[in-house]
Design a protein around this ligand. Sequence first.
Ligand code: PRX
Length: 657
Amino acid sequence: MSDQPEVELEARLKEQAEFEPPESFVEQANVTDEGIYDEFEENWPDAWERAAELLDWESEWDQVLDDSNEPFYEWFVDGKLNASANCLDRHLDDRADEAAIEWIGELGETRTYTYEQLHREVNEFAAALRDQGVEEDDVVTMYMPMVPELPIAMLACARIGAPHSVVFAGFSADALAERMNSASSDLLVTCDGYYRRGEPLDHLEKARDGLGSVDGDVDTVIVDRLGDERSVDHNADEFDYDELVEANSGATVEPVVRDAEDMLFLMYTSGTTGKPKGVKHSTGGYLSYAAWTSQAVLDVKPDDNYWCSADIGWITGHSYIVYGPLALGTTSVMYEGTPDYPDKDRMWEIVDEYDVTQLYTAPTAIRAFMKWGSEYPAQHDLSSLRLLGTVGEPINPRAWKWYYKHIGNEECPVVDTWWQTETGGMMVTTIPAIGNMKPGSAGPPLPGISADIVDTNGDPVEAGRAGYLIVNKPWPGMLRTLYKNDERFIDEYWDEYSIPERDQWVYFPEDGAKIDDDGYITVLGRVDDVLNVSGHRLGTMEIESAIVGVEGVAEAAVVGGDHEMKGEAVYAYVITEDGQEESEAFHDEIIAAVEDAIGPIARPESVIFTPELPKTRSGKIMRRLLEDIANGEELGNTSTLRNPDVVHDIQKKVNQG
Ligand code: PRX
């Protein structure tokens, strides 16, 4: 490629130019009519029937939205359906032999599940779950990496009306136990291990370790991922996945008819307190929303080879590897491994080999690809791609540009999608055939989504100024509550005190943002004590409580510092107890405690011992100053501190390394 386009692109980015949707994309896109925004506005909430109509219902809803008991909104009231039937059975007539899941293992092994095969194994495992005594509404926990048995187990649960709670495999044993106890879950589906960079990792030991702290009797189903690499001696309450499926060979399980509002799954996520929140998602509203956004934003069509490279252990994988794409009957590509094993072109090799049509990934991955260099994608034919997406963090314009040019060849629209575990699906992004792209800005709220940027009084802020992002109308994919904790749900999200003028429910996502004259929203990041490390959401309080649990630690404060690759990194400021040596060994002990409590993703980048923490006169830790120190920035206002000298002392210490 000549230098010229590069220069041109650079210049356009500098001018903050907008990029129009490529014509070739528009010609074939699912949603092209701009009028859709007005249609939702004029015909709200009934316009949402468009989403529900993407599904098959056992019986239709009587009412689109029941808002009589805000904030406990109900969508598609009295509608009945089954999520597994929607993701599998209804595709059997036309697409039985088409691939539902194309799985690629880390070692290069591959497995294709056609819709018929996936339907078969989901039925068999659903029968096995019943044999294990799982009943409707029992929560089944899954603690598995990216193996096909994970979506199979999820869909098997959905089939019998048992909500699943998937715990990211990178979380620690303690984190697993905490989530199982919170959900009173007594069945775990896990696996013996998995591969990372070609090396087998023991996962079962971690799972067993976690189960040691789970209340009650738990049965465990173990998937054999490592084959001969590892043999497992099962305890009395452990069952081999293959044997259970084999024992139910050819079984069919009638999908249980679920109410639209029945829980489809539970997903734990980090909040401001030390305890993760169990976000409850519904069957009808969530699935409609996942399907609708997959169709409208990711432009998913049945014949696509669509690839979302997230982990199913997070919400992105739930909505956009499993439920959205499969509800639409497409092929969902699923990759077990790391993007740079065996080499840094692994992703592009997969795109080339599988003729991937859409790629949905995270800015943190794009920053890594960029660092590795454009020669890796250049080795492969990426012309099958027609759309690119990002999610999880703000994307800086440079990374956006690299993605647009080197992966999309300037022919694919890029959708920068803002959403959260709680929202169930995308909320703010362009519709790729309609909206111009503005690098760094996610775009306008989707049709039917009413979002605004307000100040602390709840008044809209001027264009270009930072404020709080709020959503002021309900939407079908929204969380219904926090599991068994309606009170915390109201406390956390129904912020009537911070926005007193509003006598109306307002969803507060805890993100800062600004809005342009044309209604495009740029998300700036969290305004609560939640960090976003490589797109993973981590609560500072969770990390702090792990650190203060270490003997010899008196107090700790955790903040996020800027990080070139991870977006944010964990910085821990620690006060030791009198007599405790600030040794290397103690430092390592603190790091190990964080890894034990949460997992390696929460590992502090730096542990800084300090005699004091900067506090206001009322005793509140001034985290902002600690962030300034972590970022090597000039310190903000220190005049409200009870102990103004302390920040300079800490700064000196950090600078000395
Ligand atoms: O701060 C926002 C950031 O990720 C948070 C949600 O994290 P989680 O619930 O783990 O879900 C991640 C995947 C949907 C948000 O509060 N975030 C997500 N998408 C974007 C983003 N920040 C900026 N731009 C985005 N596109």
